[in-house]
Design a protein around this ligand. Structure first.
Ligand code: ATP
Ligand code: MG
Length: 254
């Protein structure tokens, strides 16, 4: 960390990598999480490392959906706990959502390490640890994905980030609305989710917290209108067009 010079042009990005490595050393993250992050970094280059308009629109629809939800649950994995723990805790508070740990590579030691991060950050309740994950979601890949009966299992809205496509699809098949934060608009998760926020989780989560606070004063009808006007395919198409145009512009400026 001290070895990264103050004026390094990619300092931010390098500090984030350091954070992930630290999380791996604390058993919060598995090495596969580092690879997933690397893929995400590449897409961040493509979208210009900024929250673009297509993400803003998805964030607004996501905030409205969370506020209208009856039993919203935030699914937390290692990458999310490593990068945006405070943001997730605040998001749960502001939108009255449950926090549930749900790992692709399930392991009790890691569940406990992540729960500790969330409790230390001020979370009141953390679901999905050990025996609490007693319900099963039929999943294409493993057929034995375990979740908490108080959280994801009964949730009407699930927010997730950096999630595998099979898992997202399993939740959508159960009739849940899925809000995905995934910076790759081509991933299966992005294409399956009800609302896809194509942005870096580091920017998207704090922005979503702000948006939830802002929309709290709106009426149910106004929130429903926002959700009604949102179309995920249009947003994904916008993001791809944005990347294509940006790359064309960049190629002309060489
Ligand atoms: P899928 O299973 O949906 O087809 P995948 O197999 O390509 O996706 P996974 O490793 O299953 O990828 O999921 C991780 C996803 O999270 C990837 O789409 C990756 O681009 C995205 N991602 C990685 N880092 C970030 C980040 N910091 N913010 C947002 N999304 C990220
Ligand atoms: Mg995958």
């Amino acid at each position: 960390r001290d070895l990264i010079p103050e004026n390094h042009p990619r300092r931010e990005s390098l500090l984030i990598r350091e954070k992930l490595i630290e999380a791996m050393e604390k058993s919060i993250l598995v090495p596969q999480g580092l690879i997933a992050h690397g893929r995400g970094e590449c897409f961040d280059y493509l979208i210009g490392e900024k929250t673009q308009d297509f993400a803003e629109k998805a964030i607004e629809a996501a905030a409205a959906t969370l506020l209208l939800a009856k039993t919203p649950t935030i699914s937390v994995n290692g990458n999310m706990a490593a990068l945006v723990p405070e943001g997730l805790i605040r998001l749960a508070e502001e939108s009255n959502a449950k926090l549930e740990i749900n790992l692709f590579y399930r392991d009790e030691r890691r569940e406990k390490a992540i729960a500790e991060v969330l409790y230390k950050g001020g979370a009141k309740e953390v679901l999905g640890v050990g025996e609490d994950a007693s319900e099963v979601i039929p999943e294409l890949f493993s057929q034995r994905r375990r979740v908490s009966p108080k959280g994801i299992y009964k949730a009407d809205v699930v927010l997730l980030g950096l999630e595998d496509g099979d898992r997202t699809e399993a939740l959508v098949k159960m009739g849940k609305k899925v809000i995905a934060i995934d910076i790759n608009p081509l991933s299966r998760t992005s294409r399956t989710a009800t609302i896809t926020i194509v942005d870096n989780i580091i920017r998207a989560v704090p922005r979503l917290v702000e948006k939830v606070k802002e929309l709290k004063s709106k009426s149910k009808e106004e929130l429903e209108q926002i959700v009604f006007n949102y179309d995920n395919k249009t947003i994904l198409a916008e993001s791809l067009k944005f990347i294509a145009n940006r790359l064309t512009q960049l190629s002309l400026s060489l």
